[in-house]
Design a protein around this ligand. Structure first.
Ligand SMILES: NC(=O)c1ccc[n+]([C@@H]2O[C@H](COP(=O)([O-])OP(=O)(O)OC[C@H]3O[C@@H](n4cnc5c(N)ncnc54)[C@H](OP(=O)(O)O)[C@@H]3O)[C@@H](O)[C@H]2O)c1
Length: 254
C-alpha cells in the first residue's frame, strides 16, 4: 500500500482550526510536511499559520462543493501536490435522546458526509492522475453501531466507515491508500458540553500523535483508545436481541 512521505508532496488537513485537526496539522509540520490547513474560521487558521513557515491557511466552507474544488486546486498550485489528506472536519449536536430533528440530521449529514464527499471528488481525481496518494477520513467509534440519540452524528460516521471501506477496495490498485480514523472521546470543543461520562477520554495532542503514527503504518483503521475500540467492536457483533438491552444498560449508567 502507498504511504505518503514529505518528499512526495504536501499534507492537507481539514477541520484544522481547532481540536484534533489543529493538533494533527502541527504534528505533520513537526514530521517534515508542508501543511495546508482548512476550516471556515480564517482568524484561527491564520493564527496557526503564523506559528510555522510550513503551515498555510486555506479557509473554506466544505459544504460548498465548488469552493472546495477551487480550494484543492489553489492548494496544489500554490503549495504543491497533495500526497496526504486528512479529511477530519465534522460537527456534532447534543441531541435529545427521544426527539428526532430533521434539522439536526440534515445539518450533520451536510457537513460530515457532504463536506467529505466534496473533498474526495477533486482529491481522488488529482491523486489518480499522479498514481499515488493517501487519504484518511475521520469517523468515530460511534459509527460502529446505533447509539440512542445519535441519529444524526452516529449515522454520518457509520456512512463514512462504509465509504472508506469501499474506497480502500476500489482505489488500492490505483496507488491510493484510504484509511479510517475512529477516535473514542477526545477533549475538544466538540466534547466540552457533554454531560455524560466519557470513558478513557484523552487529550487532542495525544490523539494527534496516535493518528500520525497510523498514517505511517498505512493499515486501514486507526482506532483508539484500544480498550474502548475493542469494546465497541465486540458490541457490534452481538445479535440485536442482546445489542439493544446492552446499549440501554450503558445509557442508564452514563
Ligand atoms: N472529540 C471527540 O471526542 C471525537 C471523537 C470521535 C470523532 N471525532 C471527530 O473528529 C473530528 C474533529 O473533531 P474535534 O473533536 O476536533 O472537534 P472540533 O474542535 O469542533 O473540530 C471540528 C473542526 O471541523 C471544522 N468544520 C466544521 N464544519 C466545517 C465546514 N462546513 N467546513 C470546514 N470546516 C468545518 C471546524 O472548523 P470551523 O468551525 O472553523 O469551520 C473545526 O476545525 C470530527 O469529524 C469529529 O466528528 C471527535
Amino acid at each position: 500500500m502507498y504511504r505518503a512521505r514529505p518528499p512526495d508532496g504536501i499534507a492537507w488537513v481539514t477541520g484544522a482550526s481547532s481540536g484534533i485537526g489543529r493538533e494533527v496539522a502541527q504534528e505533520l509540520v513537526r514530521r517534515g510536511y508542508k501543511v495546508a490547513a482548512t476550516s471556515r474560521r480564517r482568524p484561527e487558521l491564520d493564527e496557526l499559520a503564523k506559528r510555522s513557515r510550513t503551515l498555510f491557511s486555506f479557509p473554506c466552507d466544505l459544504t460548498d462543493r465548488a469552493a472546495t474544488a477551487t480550494t484543492v486546486s489553489r492548494i496544489e498550485k500554490e503549495i504543491g501536490p497533495i500526497a496526504l489528506a486528512f479529511l477530519n472536519a465534522g460537527i456534532y449536536f447534543i441531541a435529545d435522546l427521544k426527539v428526532f430533528s430533521a434539522d439536526v440530521a440534515w445539518r450533520t449529514f451536510e457537513t460530515n458526509i457532504g463536506g467529505t464527499i466534496n473533498c474526495l471528488d477533486p482529491l481522488l481525481s488529482a491523486m489518480e492522475r499522479r498514481g499515488m496518494g493517501q487519504i484518511a477520513i475521520t469517523a468515530s467509534l460511534a459509527g460502529y453501531g446505533g447509539i440512542g440519540g445519535s441519529f444524526g452524528y452516529g449515522s454520518t460516521k457509520a456512512a463514512l466507515i462504509y465509504m472508506a471501506e469501499a474506497l480502500r477496495l476500489g482505489y488500492a490498485t490505483k496507488g491510493i491508500t484510504v484509511q479510517i480514523v475512529n477516535p473514542g472521546f477526545v477533549h475538544t470543543a466538540m466534547t466540552a458540553e457533554n454531560k455524560f461520562e466519557m470513558p478513557f477520554i484523552m487529550g487532542a495532542e495525544r490523539a494527534a500523535a496516535r493518528i500520525c503514527q497510523g498514517f505511517e503504518k498505512s493499515g486501514f483503521e486507526i482506532a483508539f483508545p484500544k480498550r474502548l475500540a475493542l469494546g465497541f467492536k465486540a458490541m457490534r457483533h452481538l445479535p440485536y436481541a442482546m445489542y439493544f438491552p446492552a446499549m440501554r444498560r450503558m445509557a442508564k449508567r452514563a
